[in-house]
Ligand binder design. Structure first.
Ligand SMILES: CC(C)(COP(=O)(O)OP(=O)(O)OC[C@H]1O[C@@H](n2cnc3c(N)ncnc32)[C@H](O)[C@@H]1OP(=O)(O)O)[C@@H](O)C(=O)NCCC(=O)NCCS
Length: 125
């Protein structure tokens, strides 16, 4: 987890985890992906679970800094996140930061539909 502070008060945070083998993460996919795309081995994909900034501090680059801080040191080859289709602020930011949509995902049966996104974390040699 990484957090941002102003005058000793938390104003934003970001956290996630490496998907384990047979991760539940991908089970809610409702659109097709290439064979092998969802294969996990514990060190392939970092899931960005949450990125949030308090309203008074939004639009000032805090989320971008938290995002780069959390993902910059990760050893996995890619990151994934789920974003609500109607979350315009987050959709715009993620697209600007290099994420691409790979499909639709409903994490559990009565959950809303999310866009599943992917960001390459390092160039394969
Ligand atoms: C989505 C969210 C995290 C973005 O946080 P933020 O701190 O406002 O985002 P940032 O300021 O880092 O930048 C996002 C984009 O906003 C714009 N932006 C940045 N600074 C700006 C400014 N001073 N004025 C206007 N727009 C600005 C840019 O498009 C920026 O992209 P860039 O980094 O490529 O320049 C925030 O809106 C939030 O917490 N929302 C509620 C929780 C949420 O929905 N989280 C996402 C769940 S998937």
């Amino acid at each position: 987890m990484v957090a941002a502070f102003a005058d000793g008060t938390a104003i934003g945070l970001a956290f996630g985890y490496a998907l384990p083998a047979n991760a539940r993460w991908w089970q809610g996919l409702t659109t097709p992906v290439d064979k092998g795309f969802t294969d996990e081995n514990g060190c392939r994909t970092f899931a960005l679970n949450e990125l949030m900034v308090v309203p008074e501090w939004q639009g000032k680059g805090v989320a971008h800094a938290l995002h780069d801080d959390l993902l910059g040191g990760r050893p996995e080859e890619r990151a994934t996140l789920l974003v609500r289709e109607d979350n315009d602020a987050a959709q715009n930011a993620y697209t600007r930061w290099g994420w691409r949509k790979i499909g639709k995902l409903q994490p559990y049966p009565d959950a809303p539909n999310f866009d599943a996104m992917i960001l390459p974390l390092r160039v394969e040699s």
